[in-house]
Design a protein around this ligand. Structure first.
Ligand code: DC
Length: 222
């Protein structure tokens, strides 16, 4: 069933984009590009170097020193920043609370979008993010806009963080999701929005298998 296509999955924070994207990539033997991880890796770097993100020159020179890559380790997609495994470090609340302001910066977006287009140019790839179907690959053959009820998203994220041993309250998770969704969907450059030709998938009441089946049917119909 390999049609050699680009599958773009966009949507709100914590609605299961990466879970669906990874499962599809595995099923189709496609590559997977976690674009959110790239914004997170930049944020981690800026935090570790105390970069003033309101200073364009400082940000530009920092970007020159950032190398982001992905490797599969024990079957798990793993993010590397300048050769170091940062998969866990980019998922902390510290990074989550700063990533949307970083992702608002056009200078950062320009750099990461170019890298994402290069990584996906050979197709047979699934990308998830906020602007994949609108900006990164507007010509993607299949676009999904994923959504789920806010309370369900917050509960899922809360349980995910708890399982990782991160101490956090449900209220803090809700606040972080609200803040990120607000910034991500109202920023001037590439705001989160559903592409005109994207299929809307609300997975509030669907399990992963049902979501995969839905997408596979769409692929078969292409
Ligand atoms: O998918 P995620 O939660 O790991 O993404 C982290 C942040 O990065 C998210 O709040 C918005 C930003 N982002 C973006 O602006 N564009 C993308 N393509 C992916 C993520």
């Amino acid at each position: 069933m390999d049609k050699g296509i680009i599958i773009a999955i966009d949507g709100w924070s914590s609605c299961g984009k990466s879970t669906l994207a990874k499962a599809l990539a595995k099923k189709l033997a496609y590559g997977y590009i976690d674009t959110g991880a790239m914004y997170r890796a930049c944020t981690l770097y800026f935090q570790s170097k105390n970069i003033d993100i309101s200073n364009d020159a400082e940000v530009a020179s920092a970007l020159n020193n950032i190398q982001i890559g992905f490797k599969s380790i024990e079957g798990k997609n793993t993010t590397f920043l300048n050769g170091k495994n940062v998969e866990d470090a980019i998922r902390t609340m510290e990074v989550s609370s700063m990533v949307s302001p970083v992702a608002e910066l056009s200078i950062v977006r320009r750099d990461l979008v170019r890298q994402q287009q290069e990584m996906g140019k050979d197709k047979s790839v699934v990308l998830d993010g906020r602007d994949i179907g609108t900006v990164v690959f507007p010509e993607a053959e299949l676009k999904i806009f994923l959504t789920a009820e806010a309370s369900i998203r917050a509960q899922r994220r809360f349980e995910e963080l708890k399982a990782k041993g991160i101490e956090i309250t449900l209220e803090e998770v809700i606040q972080n999701l609200n803040e990120r969704d607000h910034i991500d969907s109202t920023r001037a450059d590439s705001p989160l929005k559903q592409a005109k030709d994207a299929h809307l998938l609300d997975n509030s009441q669907l399990d992963l298998e049902a979501s995969i089946d839905y997408v596979i049917q769409l692929i078969e119909a292409l």
